[in-house]
Design a binder for this molecule. Structure first.
Ligand SMILES: Cc1ncc(COP(=O)(O)O)c(C=O)c1O
Length: 448
């Protein structure tokens, strides 16, 4: 049992934890969240903060839902957990996999459950290796990813991640991971031919990378439909059509990392729906349970499933995670998805997203250091720049604004080269969106 301790005591005892993305000096005055409701976090020191990030882009239905604890308790009383390896299964895992069949794309009908996004991407990479090995092409082990992508923190997932500060002190990326420029239309890092759109140039970069490495060695390409933690990059509309065609041409499996963009975040149920993208593998996590319990997974195409199902026993897909198909987590996910559907939260994300985007654009008109406001649904970013001419990102100012916003009761997050990110609960109200803009404006005013 946890006991009720006061703020000062908790703060002191917190030194026993190693926090993620850790430097102790950056952890001086943490918000110790005691409870939360809707978009609001309540700290043990009496602070009330509007969580403009919904945790880590994941609390899609909002905090404090009182149904999901009942679902978890009922399921735990019957069966919290049991092995889901071959030979055993459980009703919530069966029903969730069935609910997800064809949910994102008609060809994605088979799910393997994990505990989160990094594990999902690890599972995806191993499945790429497995697939090509089974088809007699064991050299197709290279994975192409994009600069500024974020795919997680385990060794292969962090190697696919294209943010160099996640590599530096770990000697990453490991072999066989390659990065091409992301389709950032504000600040494209690759070469661009005359008359070429950024989407076309970025897709060409994929084809050139495949040719340079040798198509017979490239197994997969991984992309977030909208890049999140690396700086909120929304691709041009042609991008994924071009990318899909290139992957087909060179027999490269396309992995859509929908860990942030899944389950309504972008104003469609999945980010891929904005462009009718057909992935071979889709990774998901976060919004599948809105963070009420940890869960993730991959969905594989029918073609990949058939290859796994037709293997000789000695060539089985020898992959398995203890908590795969966790009964309580799967039961919570089923109800969470029903809530997203019943409460029309995807539609609300679309509506409130327009309001949030309009508000952020008003701040761009007001402050010269704000540029390139972009987003879809309730996934938005704004650039904080030294000046609009050079487009040089100002991470120090973005962090200062985020700090000033937090003092005023708004949580946002600086990501990328100086992007402020916004990803509130999909259940946010118009008044709460206006509060984000008001508090952010006041924070910007105070920084000048
Ligand atoms: C797009 C994307 N993929 C993968 C991950 C990793 O997920 P997790 O932190 O659950 O391992 C994240 C986490 O933020 C993410 O944003």
């Amino acid at each position: 049992m946890t006991t009720s301790l006061d703020h000062a005591t908790l703060l002191q005892k917190d030194s026993h934890q190693l926090h993620g993305l850790h430097h102790p000096n950056a952890h001086k005055d943490p918000l110790i969240v005691e409870r939360a409701d809707g978009v609001w976090l309540y700290g043990t020191d009496g602070r009330k903060v509007l969580d403009g990030m919904a945790g880590l882009w994941n609390v899609n239905i909002g905090y404090g839902n009182q149904e999901l604890p009942d679902v978890a308790r009922d399921q735990m009383q019957k069966l919290a957990y049991t092995s889901n390896f071959v030979g055993m299964t459980n009703p919530p895992a069966i029903q969730l996999a069935e609910k997800l069949a064809g949910f994102a794309h008609p060809t994605l009908n088979t799910t393997y459950f994990t505990s989160g996004g990094s594990e999902s991407n690890e599972t995806a990479f191993k499945t790429v290796y497995y697939y090509w090995r089974r088809l007699g092409k064991p050299d197709k082990v290279k994975i192409i990813s994009r600069m500024n992508a974020y795919h997680g923190i385990t060794i292969a997932a962090a190697s696919a991640t294209g943010v160099t500060r996640y590599w530096k002190m770990f000697g990453l990326p490991i072999a066989n991971f390659f990065h091409i420029p992301d389709p950032n239309s504000y600040r494209y890092a690759g070469d661009r031919r005359e008359g070429e759109s950024v989407a076309q140039a970025a897709a060409r970069a994929l084809e050139e990378a495949i040719l340079q490495e040798g198509p017979e060695t490239v197994g997969g390409f991984i992309a977030e439909p909208i890049q999140g933690a690396g700086g909120l990059v929304v691709p041009g509309d042609e991008y994924f059509d071009l990318v899909r065609a290139i992957c087909d041409k060179y027999e490269v499996l396309l992995i859509a990392d929908e860990v942030i963009t899944g389950f309504g975040r972008t104003g469609e149920m999945f980010g891929q729906h904005h462009w009718d993208l057909r992935p071979d593998i889709m990774a998901f996590a976060k919004g599948v349970t809105s963070g009420y319990l940890p869960l993730g997974g991959i969905q594989i195409s029918d073609a990949i499933r058939d290859v796994i199902n037709s293997a000789a026993p000695e060539d089985s897909w020898m992959h398995g995670i203890t908590y795969s198909g966790h009964a309580a987590a799967c039961a919570v996910a089923i109800r969470n998805i029903e809530i997203i559907q019943e409460q029309k939260l995807v539609e609300n994300a679309r509506e409130m997203g327009k309001r949030l985007g309009a508000g952020l654009n008003r701040l761009k008109d007001e402050f010269a250091f704000v540029d390139n406001v972009r987003g879809k649904g309730l996934l938005w970013g704004m650039e904080i720049v030294k000046d609009r001419e050079s487009k040089e990102g100002d991470m120090a100012k973005a962090s200062a604004i985020a700090g000033a916003a937090m003092q005023r009761g708004l949580r946002t997050r600086p990501v990328g080269a100086g992007t402020l990110a916004f990803s509130p609960s999909l259940a946010i109200t118009a008044d709460e969106v206006d509060t984000i803009i008001e508090l952010l404006g006041s924070a910007m005013d105070s920084i000048g």
